[in-house]
Design a protein. Structure first.
Length: 217
């Protein structure tokens, strides 16, 4: 899949019952993130972190859903460990049971450098962010041995939701509320209308006027 492709619908068994992915999403965005296996250390830290961040995802109209290549019963036992590790009173998002690796194969979420005892590749740490029109907006593949930075994923979601409606892009290391870059396709006259808080054109040796900064609209 490429950015902008429609993310395929699927049905799955989860720790919260059977779902149709599109119906479960409804009109929200979604983040689907995969895990090598239940009862593993890095995965436990990650699922606990996402549970702690649920209010932040909700503010952005994003629903998290995890995937691991074990059964629902296994997930439900593991959730108790996740709650204990994360000091959580509840665990309020679903974990997909992909014990037959159907979705791991369908979405190419395998880490061929990390094998289980039978020599089968583990599921990598994939991140797919799907917007409310069911299009893939972000795809990141982490190796099985590297835990994800969910603060960074929230930062990228903030950028994507901002730049979807405003004529700006976000520069390196941008954070919510930071200075933005005006798109090169916006004319000088349009800048006056679109950015009432003003903008600054940065001089560069080429003399080209493409580096234009503005406060976050």
């Amino acid at each position: 899949m490429n950015i902008g492709d429609v993310f395929p619908n699927f049905q799955a068994e989860t720790s919260q019952g059977n779902i149709d992915f599109y119906e479960w999403m409804d009109d929200s965005w979604a983040i689907l993130f995969s895990h090598p296996a239940d009862y593993t250390p890095v995965c436990t830290t990650e699922l606990a972190r996402v549970a702690q961040l649920l209010p932040e995802f909700k503010k952005r109209n994003v629903k998290p859903i995890a995937l691991s290549i074990d059964t629902v019963n296994s997930h439900k036992g593991w959730i108790e460990d996740i709650k204990s590790y994360g000091k959580l009173s509840s665990f309020d998002y679903p974990i997909i049971a992909d014990d037959k690796r159907i979705l791991a194969l369908k979405f190419n979420m395998l880490d061929k450098d990390e094998l289980n005892a039978e020599g089968i590749p583990l599921t990598c740490r994939a991140v797919f962010v799907v917007d409310n029109s069911k299009k893939l907006r972000l795809s990141i593949l982490y190796p099985a041995t590297t835990g994800r930075n969910f603060d960074e994923i929230l930062r990228v979601i903030d950028s994507m939701q901002l730049t979807s409606t405003k004529s700006v892009a976000t520069p390196a290391d941008w954070k919510q509320g930071g200075t933005c870059m005006i798109l090169p396709t916006i004319s000088e006259q349009a800048c006056i209308d679109k950015f009432p808080n003003g903008y600054t054109t940065i001089d560069v040796p080429s003399g080209k006027k493409y580096l234009r900064e503005t406060p976050q609209p």
